[in-house]
Design a protein around this ligand. Structure first.
Ligand code: LLP
Length: 408
């Protein structure tokens, strides 16, 4: 088990070498957080890392080598996993609307299964598979109507959400799927939300899923796997989410008399605390009662605070000794009041201070944009042996490389 603390000296070296803002991930922590799932699950199933949380190729490569499969939601993610050396045999394809091209490409690659969320999509996959002369393995994503007790934007298992097949349509959907000749119905799937900090919502969802599994069995539809999705929360501040081992032990105990394989789709719990965002203070400014530290990272680099009012720990490396701590609003240079990384943080900082924004390895770079024509940050992986540039900072020309001047 490696030390969760980050070395200031190493982070300073990264900033000096690659500049800021930049994302830094640690190989040892990525492996440790992946192992927590893989070891607890053993040979009872597959850990399909949710690529959306952090889709950097080198990160995917590290996780693939560790034994992870992948949960993808787009053709782009499928391309990434293949480029990173992930096995299509361990890929599940989630998402409420898959393009026909993506379905065709996934069938060509012979992925493990499609997680399907509607009757229409069953028909689409069936006809594409039929036209290719193949059988598509499918699992149905059901909506168990369970409250994950998390932020409304990242809660997905309530009946008012767009996700999954509604409880009263599940049996009909399975019967429909079984009647389609180019589908092989192999699983059941649910994902109830993200940053879930208790075990109960997972167990409640499992109960609902098991009731369906048993009802389907009585109708002659037997399944090979149960996929409980992702969603396990992490510690950003003082949350105390259960460990993967605890969730898995409880699920396995409940499934003691059953033989289905299990799939989990963790994203955040593998990458969030394996990464930080490094940023430098450009200048400080005092408006009325507010002390602003304007930093070189912004909402385009890390959208979570603006989008979900999320809290991420901020540490100042080598804080100035003579400064009195003030309550700082840590903001980016983007022309939006919503462009903030943190508010009212008691910190000692000065211009040029190097800030470490913790727990940024999940939904950080993967949600970054070029808003305000800002180049997306560099990504660096720290290993025992080296600092590896996993993605270079974008160049200015790459910002408009795919644009064409009007020649009228
Ligand atoms: N499986 C499915 C079908 C999902 O929709 C998601 C996440 C996951 C697995 C992985 O969930 P995780 O283990 O990472 O919680 N951008 C938001 C989080 C959105 C999550 C979307 N779905 C954030 O920054 O908090």
């Amino acid at each position: 088990m490696s030390d969760l603390a980050w070395s200031d000296a190493q982070l300073k070296e990264v900033a000096a070498t690659y500049g800021t803002p930049c994302y830094v991930y640690r190989q040892d922590l990525l492996e440790q957080f992946a192992d927590a799932w893989i070891n607890a699950l053993g040979d009872r199933g597959t850990v399909c890392y949710a690529v959306k949380a952090n889709s950097n190729l080198a990160v995917l490569q590290i996780l693939a080598r560790r034994g992870c499969g992948f949960d993808i939601v787009s053709e782009g993610e499928l391309h990434r996993v293949i480029a990173a050396g992930g096995s299509p045999k361990k890929i599940v394809f989630s998402g409420v609307g898959k393009s026909f091209d993506a379905i065709r490409f996934a069938l060509e690659q012979q992925i493990k299964c499609f997680n399907v969320e509607s009757l229409r999509e069953l028909d689409h996959i069936n006809s594409i598979a039929e036209s290719m002369g193949v059988i598509a393995p499918v699992s149905l994503r059901v909506n168990p109507n369970v409250d994950a007790k998390t932020h409304p934007y990242i809660s997905t298992g309530l009946k008012e959400n767009k996700f999954g097949i509604a409880a009263d349509q599940v049996i009909d959907a399975y019967q429909h799927a079984s009647s389609l000749t180019s589908l092989s119905v192999i699983g059941i799937d649910c994902h109830i939300g993200s940053q879930i900090t208790e075990a109960e919502p997972f167990m409640d969802a499992l109960e609902k899923v098991l009731a369906w599994v048993e009802e389907l069995e009585s109708l002659g539809i037997t399944l090979q796997h149960i996929d409980l999705g992702g969603g396990l929360g992490v510690r950003y501040d003082n949350e105390t989410p259960p460990q993967p081992a605890e969730i898995i032990a409880r699920v396995l105990a409940r499934l003691a008399n059953r033989t289905e394989q299990l799939i989990f789709e963790p994203g955040r719990s593998i990458t969030a605390n394996a990464g930080v965002l490094l940023s430098q203070v450009l200048l400080t400014k005092h408006n009325g009662e507010h002390n602003f530290a304007i930093i070189d990272a912004a909402m385009n680099d890390l959208a979570r605070p603006s989008l979900y009012q999320s809290w991420q720990r901020i540490q100042v490396i080598d804080p100035p000794e003579d400064a009195t701590p003030l309550h700082w609003d840590i903001v980016g240079p983007i022309c939006e009041t919503g462009d903030f990384i943190a508010k009212q943080r008691p910190l000692c900082l000065a211009e040029q201070s190097l800030l470490v924004i913790h727990s940024a390895g999940a939904y950080g770079f993967s949600m970054a944009s070029n808003y305000n024509s800002r180049r997306r940050a560099a990504e660096i992986i720290l290993s025992d042996r080296c600092m590896h540039l996993a993605r270079a900072r974008e160049s200015y020309t790459s910002l408009y490389r795919d644009e064409y001047l009007f020649e009228g």
